[in-house]
Design a binder for this molecule. Structure first.
Ligand code: GLU
Length: 313
């Protein structure tokens, strides 16, 4: 099963439409876009709307509009995870053939654990439901619907991250048994993103550093599904002075406030590029203009082995 048709680099923007974009999302998208632009590659836009309760049409509309205004163009999509349920369901059946997929009745943080685990949110499942008897399963099933997890082996997955260098993670000790399907029937981030990256022919997964620890798990799922793993580039994360990933709480990093502070969309791009060391002055510049200052080597060198960048308004 190979979905890649050519050697062209294919990256993706994969926003979760749970709110308006902020400096952190924009930084990731900008660097992802530069990877594509500097290698004559292609950008696919994928809306990660698996979590129906948090995904809103209004947020989707704003994300598309903000990307356009920022000059962060895409070549294909938007594709929606909510429209790809059949592919996730088929993948789950394929995984059942080669791995131990088991019902899990643990309630704690079930839904949260099935979302994209950003840094500090990664909990290793202790294996409570891994070997339940048929009888235990039927008793527990009467009380609640299970989620489904995959048992991961004690195997170390190695990869060379384009920005973070060589990595090795042992699946059972550092990733744990991942949820593939939630107890409400929805598919998990880990399953969906692996299937989408394969089917959409993504050759470079460029995303925030906080998802580095998800990579070995996704590579393992891809291997079981018969796909080749893409390359990975984990971008230094924009964090507050306290070292916490930026979020909606950091008002001065919201797109509306940044438009006031930096006067234009190019002003926002210029400020972020400056913080990341991609531009030597804090002045307005478009993504296109920024691409003319770099090649792939200078882009990689500017970001090499950095896990975080401190946000300064
Ligand atoms: N949808 C995730 C987010 O917005 C990104 C997932 C990924 O890049 O793998 O945080």
């Amino acid at each position: 099963m190979q979905s890649q048709e050519s050697n062209q680099i294919v990256v993706r923007f994969a926003p979760s439409p749970s709110g308006r974009m902020h400096a952190g999302n924009i930084a990731s998208a900008l660097i992802t876009w530069l990877f594509a632009r500097l290698s004559n590659g292609k950008v696919i836009l994928r809306i990660e709307d698996l979590d129906r309760s948090r995904s809103k049409q209004e947020h989707i509309d704003n994300i598309l509009l903000d990307f356009e205004k920022l000059g962060l163009t895409w070549d294909e999509g938007p594709y929606f995870q909510s429209s790809n349920q059949e592919a996730y369901s088929e993948a789950l059946e394929v995984l059942r053939e080669s791995a131990h997929i088991y019902p899990c009745f643990c309630t704690r943080a079930d839904l949260a654990a099935a979302r994209a685990p950003h840094e500090g949110e990664y909990a290793i499942y202790p294996g409570t439901c891994r070997h339940l008897s048929e009888e235990q399963i039927s008793t527990a099933s009467a009380r609640r619907n299970p989620s489904y997890r995959i048992e991961v082996p004690s195997e170390t997955i190695f990869f060379d991250d384009i920005l973070q260098g060589s990595q090795g993670f042992t699946l059972d000790a550092q990733c744990g048994d991942a949820i593939l399907r939630r107890s409400d029937g929805g598919f998990s981030y880990q399953l969906a993103v692996s299937v989408d990256d394969a089917l959409q022919g993504i050759s470079l997964v460029s995303r925030g550093y906080d998802l580095l620890a998800s990579t070995p798990l996704q590579m393992y799922l891809l291997k079981l599904l018969g796909y080749e793993a893409p390359n990975y580039a984990h971008i230094p994360l924009l964090v507050s002075q306290e070292g916490i990933r930026l979020s909606k709480r950091n008002k001065d990093a919201s797109i509306d406030q940044m438009l006031v502070s930096y006067h234009s969309f190019d002003g926002i791009i210029g400020h972020i590029a400056y913080l990341y060391g991609l531009s030597d002055a804090d002045r307005p510049i478009s993504p296109d203009g920024l691409s003319k200052l770099h090649n792939i080597e200078t882009l990689i060198n500017s970001l090499w082995k950095q896990d975080k960048i401190i946000w300064r308004p």
